[in-house]
Design a protein around this ligand. Structure first.
Ligand SMILES: Nc1ncnc2c1ncn2[C@@H]1O[C@H](COP(=O)(O)OP(=O)(O)OP(=O)(O)O)[C@@H](O)[C@H]1O
Ligand SMILES: CC(=O)C(=O)O
Ligand SMILES: [K+]
Ligand SMILES: [Mg+2]
Length: 573
């Protein structure tokens, strides 16, 4: 523990020193900092006597709540974080969250468990691929693992969106194209098997819209063709940049150096198929819905009210995917309307020149931090690991940069969905995150970012000021952890936004809030029932966490609560 000169005064926790400071009152109010006596375990062997409630391990991780009796006297935390905390202490916990796309390589129970053990915080399913049955199985497997093994993996559903894409290659998992080969892109409905060097296109107007001479980019430019001839529904194209075609890959076309966007501008962001997928996601209780090719804030608002009308007892966070020119035009508005954003660099790189992608990533990450929305950096982080067991140096540098920017989360796509080394790829994200976070913390290289005000009411403003101050105090006092008691998760996210040096234990009564907090930087979400009485909340928490070996007597903690808008500094008794 850090060298604080906190004198041992009394063996029991004086109740008056725990009384929270309520802030219903005037702006002149100050927040006296409470320094409580440090209580060593040897000096006070019966410190747990302070807490009557016994710990019962409950498995309240599913969609519905666990039994009320068990919930009242227990605390739930992700089993992986718990092990990490016990083994290495507070400082070593990973702050950057990890999202894994689940696909054929990882949809089995064993593989999902391996990812959860490896630190997956969120499992993503992409509605571009697979059937509802397939996705349902994955979601239920994740829930079952959470319940049975004590994980807290959240589920994110990613919509297909109505962009133009290829069909599914007549059952082949991929098709190789060579330089100069001529392929036919057709809107005809073929019966399998497809004719040689032919791919389907999902959009009927395709043959009319393209022109001879257009450049056709598959999967954001992984493979390129030039349109050489149009014959009715068939468009013949010559391969100019060879590579691998993957089923249902996205198609964009460029004319005289500019993206052809007229067509996409007319398509709805959320197609009728997407609405069916969204209904499916709501019914299966997903935690996040990521919306592809968002163009404006309206579509996000629309989806949010749609969800609100259908989910009364829990929330689903809506993540705006930033992957089109239109989304960049309305970036701030879109981020503001959403519960989070994703820098979807795959499609983004097909819509803007590649060399602009890094600065856009930087901008999106910064805006999200300012507006207090979690941000995910996605696509090709470890692309070579789809085929090889070690990443390239350049990939490690790319991951490091996203961690250094302090994005909330990093995402694996093909690496975990259909790559040969999903667990290895995840472990690279984990170790690079840990290393870079530690390096920057130790060298105090994080420049203090000026955070704008985000509060929309005076009460919010108080919460925000409390969090900003608490994070600063936490750094200056070198505390071991910030504790935040939050019903909605809002105050936890305000703390996360400050990116403090120590981890943030976020206690919330709801399993749904807890799972969604999993996406946010530095938060360790716990499910715990608590009251408005902070003294008893703290005593119970200390006791439960001590029993589980997750904190020790003498650890220095700053505790906040969003019910009372209070802030306290104390040593764990
Ligand atoms: N459910 C699935 N079934 C089969 N293959 C999948 C599935 N999910 C992903 N894949 C494979 O993994 C690859 C990468 O998946 P991912 O979802 O990241 O695609 P993406 O193109 O990056 O995302 P998006 O379609 O949202 O732009 C896909 O191209 C596909 O080949
Ligand atoms: C993730 C995604 O949709 C993209 O990178 O395009
Ligand atoms: K998608
Ligand atoms: Mg995309």
């Amino acid at each position: 523990m850090a060298a604080h000169s906190i004198r041992f005064l009394t063996p029991t926790l004086p109740s008056h020193s725990l009384s929270p400071i309520s802030v219903a009152a005037p702006p002149t109010l100050r927040y006296p900092l409470l320094r409580l006596p440090r209580l060593s375990a040897s000096a006070h062997p019966h410190s747990s006597d302070l807490v009557p409630a016994p710990s019962v391990l409950s498995s309240d991780n599913g969609i519905s709540g666990g039994s009320v009796a068990a919930a009242a006297s227990s605390i739930d935390v992700d089993a992986v974080t718990e092990a990490e905390l016990k083994e290495n202490g507070f400082r070593s916990t990973r702050r950057t969250k990890l999202v894994c796309t689940i696909g054929p390589a990882t949809c089995g129970a064993e593989q999902l468990e391996a990812l959860a053990v490896g630190g997956m915080n969120v499992a993503r399913i992409n509605m571009c691929h697979g059937t509802h049955d397939w996705h349902r199985q994955v979601i239920r497997q994740v829930r079952r693992l959470n319940e049975e093994k004590g994980f807290a993996v959240a589920v994110m559903m990613d919509t297909e969106g109505s962009e133009i894409h290829m069909g599914d290659l007549g059952g082949f998992t991929s098709a190789k194209t060579e330089d100069g080969e001529v392929w036919t892109f057709s809107v005809r409905g073929f019966k399998a098997p497809l004719p040689e060097r032919t791919v389907n296109v999902n959009y009927e107007g395709f043959a009319e819209d393209v022109k001879v001479g257009d450049e056709l980019l598959v999967d954001g430019g992984m493979v390129r063709f030039e349109v050489i001839e149009k014959i009715g529904p068939d468009v013949r194209c010559k391969c100019t940049d060879p590579g691998l075609l993957l089923p249902r890959a996205n198609l964009t076309f460029w004319r005289e150096g500019s993206l052809v966007r007229e067509r996409n501008a007319m398509l709805p962001t959320i197609s009728s198929k997407d609405w069916l997928d969204i209904d499916f996601g709501i019914a299966e209780g997903v935690d996040f819905i990521a919306v592809s090719f968002v163009k404006s804030a309206e579509v996000i608002n629309h989806l949010k009210s749609y969800i609100a009308a259908r989910c009364r007892d829990r929330e689903i966070s809506v993540i705006a995917k930033i992957e089109s020119v239109d989304s960049l035009k309305n970036l701030e508005e879109i981020v503001c309307a959403s519960d989070g954003a994703m820098v979807a660099r795959g499609d983004l790189g097909a819509q803007i020149p590649l060399e602009q992608v890094p600065s856009v990533q930087h901008r999106v990450v910064k805006i999200c931090r300012q507006l207090n929305r979690p941000v995910i950096v996605a696509s090709q982080l470890l692309e070579s690991m789809i085929e090889y067991p070690t990443p390239t140096r350049a990939e490690v540098a790319d991951v490091s940069e996203a961690v250094r920017q302090r994005a909330d989360a990093l995402m694996l796509s093909g690496e975990s969905a259909m790559g040969q080394f999903p667990e290895k790829a995840l472990s690279v994200l984990r170790s690079v995150s840990l290393r870079i976070e530690r390096w920057w913390r130790e060298e105090k290289r994080y420049e203090a970012t000026e955070l704008n005000d985000v509060a929309s009411s005076f009460s919010d403003k108080i919460s925000e000021e409390i969090c900003n101050s608490a994070a600063k105090m936490a750094n200056n006092l070198e505390v071991d952890a910030l504790f935040v008691y939050t019903k909605t998760g809002h105050m936890a996210s305000l703390l996360s936004r400050c990116r403090p040096d120590c981890p943030i234990f976020a206690f919330t009564t709801s399993t749904s809030v807890r799972r969604r907090l999993n996406l946010q930087w530095g938060l360790i979400p716990f499910r715990l029932s608590f009251s408005d009485d902070m003294e008893s909340n703290l005593n119970r928490t200390f006791s439960l966490l001590k029993q589980r070996g997750m904190i020790r007597s003498g650890d220095l903690v700053i505790a906040l609560s969003d019910m009372l808008q209070s802030i306290q500094v104390m040593n764990v008794p």
